[in-house]
Design a protein around this ligand. Structure first.
Ligand SMILES: *Cc1c(COP(=O)(O)O)cnc(C)c1O
Length: 227
């Protein structure tokens, strides 16, 4: 079996096992293939194996891949740090943005999304362990951002995303994900209609699935090391 097919099967298996351990339906967890640093060929191969969700960190790198994949029913997720001057194009080209972390971006994404299209799906990125100098809003700022996003007809708030500090043990990995889930539950209690927690990567997707992830973002475990 070619290596990508094996890796994809292995990652799907890890998700299924973790979901079943947690008493969750594996169909509740979607696999986002993080294709940054990978050639178009790798994405084409992945679509042939049934993969439909792709995550990219840079607009310039994503555009030619979007051209090449064309009409294969692919869903594009922007997951990288978002510069203000890229927000307009990201809002036009992508289906989802995982990295909204400041008020200015709400306005720019909302204005950039053409009103005749379906609303842009938005996740608020939270710096859940308060690491200095990292992307993501403070947990305390998430409510205000959620209100701003929800007020925009061209945006659809779907939930929260985080990238925690790496830890080795599964217990330690689960803690920040549990906190993000708590924040998500709090927003739902306040009336927001949310359905998506984007959390978990190659090294810790089991911990994220155990804590309720709906999208896991996996790069290295699918495509190997990035060049
Ligand atoms: C690169 C990246 C990933 C994937 O990380 P891997 O460890 O390669 O699975 C996930 N999320 C974000 C935001 C990334 O930038």
């Amino acid at each position: 079996m070619p290596v990508l097919a094996e890796r994809l099967a292995a990652v799907r298996d890890r998700i299924a096992q973790a979901a079943s351990l947690a008493g969750r339906d594996p169909a509740q967890v979607r696999l986002l293939a993080v294709s940054k640093g990978q050639p178009v060929q790798a994405l084409l191969e992945a679509t042939e194996l049934g993969q439909r969700l792709f995550g990219e960190n840079y607009l310039q790198e994503a555009l030619p891949k979007m051209m090449a994949l064309g009409t294969r029913g692919v869903e594009w997720h922007f997951i990288g740090p978002l510069q203000s001057n890229k927000a307009r194009d990201v809002a036009r080209r992508f289906d989802w943005v995982h990295s909204l972390d400041r008020p200015k971006l709400v306005e720019l994404l909302a204005k950039g999304r053409p009103p005749d299209r379906l609303p842009l799906n938005v996740l608020i990125e939270v710096n859940i362990d308060g690491e200095a100098g990292k992307a993501g809003c403070e947990p305390d700022a998430a409510l205000k951002l959620a209100q701003l996003v929800a007020a925009q007809p061209t945006l659809r708030l779907r939930g929260l995303m985080t990238i925690p500090r790496p830890s080795l043990s599964i217990e330690a990995q689960r803690k920040p994900y549990r906190r993000l889930h708590g924040l998500y539950a709090e927003l739902i209690m306040r009336g927001f209609v949310l359905d998506t927690l984007s959390m978990g990567m190659s090294a810790d997707l089991e911990a994220a699935v155990a804590e309720g992830a709906h999208i896991v973002r996996v790069g290295t475990a699918l495509f190997g090391e990035r060049t």
